[in-house]
Design a protein around this ligand. Structure first.
Ligand code: BEZ
Length: 221
């Protein structure tokens, strides 16, 4: 007999997890109809916000717009989403430009049907059933979900951290290394732990790494 947990699981919307292919969708945005597939070959930061014309979301949109050119230099695009109409989105981004002098250069999904929000588990019913929480999905150029961040309605995100996260993912992909806590570009990287005794012994002979102990080695790029 199916357990209660399995039955409850079956009723829960399936949320993507790190390493999963990003769920595909087609959606109406402020830049016209977009399919996720169109972003293949580009990294993507897909993020949701609770509602247009709200103060914290406005500060986030400004911060994302300011980070857009840096992200583009990293082959990374931005795609916003909320459960609002495209007319509300257009009116809000025009208002931000008029009142706060910041042009919103990325598309914003108008997800009135909640289709994309449900596909990505952006609605947290314990917090709100009508608004998306502040979710971030980093999707790589092969459309694999590489990282997810969730913030509640009342806390604006740290966009510098999102840029740092994309930088860290791209740097570790390119070099087969890992980033330590609070890593910033230019800092040393961590060598992933050895998987065999032989590998651990080999570390001691590798002049390109500095080891404090067999499992704790760093490398400068
Ligand atoms: C805001 O963006 O200001 C906001 C949105 C929903 C709840 C609380 C704050």
């Amino acid at each position: 007999m199916e357990s209660l947990a399995a039955a409850q699981n079956a009723l829960m919307p399936r949320m993507p997890r790190i390493g999963d292919p990003a769920p595909q969708f087609e959606a109406v945005t402020t830049h016209g109809t977009i399919q996720l597939e169109e972003f293949k070959g580009t990294w993507l930061v897909l993020f949701s916000h609770p509602a247009d014309f709200t103060p914290v979301c406005t500060t986030e949109f400004i911060a994302f717009a300011e980070a857009h050119s840096v992200l583009r230099q990293m082959n990374t695009e931005l795609l916003g989403l909320s459960i609002d109409s495209v007319y509300a989105h257009i009116s809000w981004v025009r208002n931000i430009e008029e009142k706060l002098d910041v042009k919103i250069t990325f598309p914003v999904i108008a997800d009135l049907s909640q289709e994309v929000a449900n596909l990505y588990g952006m609605i947290m019913p314990g917090e709100s059933t009508t608004e998306a929480s502040r979710c971030v999905f980093v999707i790589d150029d092969e459309q694999i979900v590489r990282a997810m961040i969730y913030y509640p309605l009342t806390t604006g995100r740290n966009v510098d951290e999102i840029v740092r996260l994309v930088t860290a993912l791209q740097t570790t992909d390119e070099n087969g290394l890992a980033t330590p806590a609070n890593w910033r570009p230019g800092d040393r990287l961590m060598v992933p732990p050895p998987k065999t005794q032989e590998e651990a012994e080999g570390r001691a002979q590798d002049a390109s790494v500095e080891c404090t102990d067999w499992y704790f080695c760093t490398k400068k790029l």
